[in-house]
Design a protein. Sequence first.
Length: 561
Amino acid sequence: MSLARHIDPDELVQRIHDANLTEGSQSIRSHMAVSHLTPYSSQYATRVNVPKYKLPEEGAPADAVYELLRDELDLDGKPNLNLASFVGTYMEDKARQLIIENLAKNLSDNDEYPAMMAIHERCISIIAHMWGVQKGEKAVGSATTGSSEAIHLGGLAMKRRWQEKRNAEGKDASKPNIIMGANAQVALEKFARYFDVEARILPVSHESHYRLNPELVKQNIDENTIGVFVILGSTYTGHYEPVEEISKILDEFQERTGHDIPIHVDAASGGFVAPFTHAGVGGPKWNFELPRVKSINTSGHKFGLVYAGVGWIIWRDESFLPKHLIFELHYLGGTEQSFTLNFSRPGAQVIGQYYNLIHLGFNGFREVMENCLRNARVLSKSLEATGWYTCVSDIHRPVEKPAAGATSVLKDAKQKLLGGDDEETSANYIAGLPVVSFRFSDKFKAEYPHIKQEPVSLLMRARQWIIPNYALPPNEDKTEILRVVVRETMSFDLLDRLISDLVTVTQTLMENDAVDLDILQGSKAPGMTNPIKDHDKKKHPHHGTKHKGPRLADGIHRAVC
Ligand SMILES: Cc1ncc(COP(=O)(O)O)c(C=O)c1O
């Protein structure tokens, strides 16, 4: 029987499976297959029917279930080749060992795990110092499950502080708004939607480097603005938003109107990059050195180099965390002060974070981040050297004048750590995350108008690389970008393979005519949808004007992450 389209593959598999289970001695599998001597157990070998979507009546042997799941999970992409993600996919053996040994610990069990709680406290203190907390300030913070939870907590504190002030002044506190760029990661918009704050999503443009435009911030703030979300490391292109410039605009606004608008920095990725690269040695300020920055979040599981499951939120001083939001919990014998959305959560990642902090130290982190940035520059320059691609990210473009002293500080550090007399450091280049966002060059598009970008992503996937093809944020969404996040694990050798595969794939596309490509271009790999293309454009109406009326569209939101 040949496979025809009308056949339901699930039904077909079920029939073969049922036959195999009832064939008895005719079965190609042995009855004894469950024995511990069997080298390989499987659903068929065990003769156990494991339903996929309903709880089985009886369980199945552990080794069979293990094989079953492991085999199915082979269908996943390889984390190391998942260049779409900012999230770490590697930890050193000793860190992994510590994590496994502490997997059973719940971060909310203060009383039971005092050593883990002390480690949590030390992480807060180290990160607060890393972000320039000032003398005399009492920084407070918490581990979270990631940046999303941390952003929601930062936003909630700003909303509550604004409400308390408005209520104390006898003013209307029913129409809070928050400012962010259209490049904001979905977590920022989620905060606005989940916590009833009007999101003023300001358009980004080529001129603003696809990030929040300070001029538009000036035009859109008012007495109801609870704060500005400024992103250190745009998810789309890795650009740092100009925190210092926006801070100055808010200073001027306060002088003029008396309204004190705080900044929350979403440093999901940049929180563990900027302190160690050129922003840490005289580049524009972005952290608690700016008095207006009241809270910062980061993802420990991104450039904090921990496996998925840990983020951090820190307020520069306890006075910026309204008491009303803190819960005193009496739990299992102890008293815990809590300001998180989740109660139980894994504690092992916090231990992994502390391991990284004290194992790598400042110089170790600097070495990792400088390496990532250097590899990202190699990738960017190689892509542009083909003439087929143009980078939308800018971290490979030299700055005219590096911040005073920055080059020598980083160069000295690098020579000490890596040896050699390589002149280049991140200080010679535009600041940003080690992210390479690229598109077909205008010349390539003119020469090969029938080639679309998405097949590059699809063909790379066939070679196991995962490189998404996204549209830029609304307003610029006619431009699609391919994006590679250069993480610690992107070694120079791997980079070499990546570049050569990108060249081969592009050549393959160039060698095919429009008819052949139509087949490819009409299809999409599973799960590879263009997240922004169908975006409801009504959602981003703030084209430089003061706005009126509702800001959030109803319905499904698509975003880049
Ligand atoms: C700028 C930015 N903010 C927030 C997030 C959400 O972070 P998390 O996945 O840790 O919740 C991301 C994730 O990519 C991000 O890039």
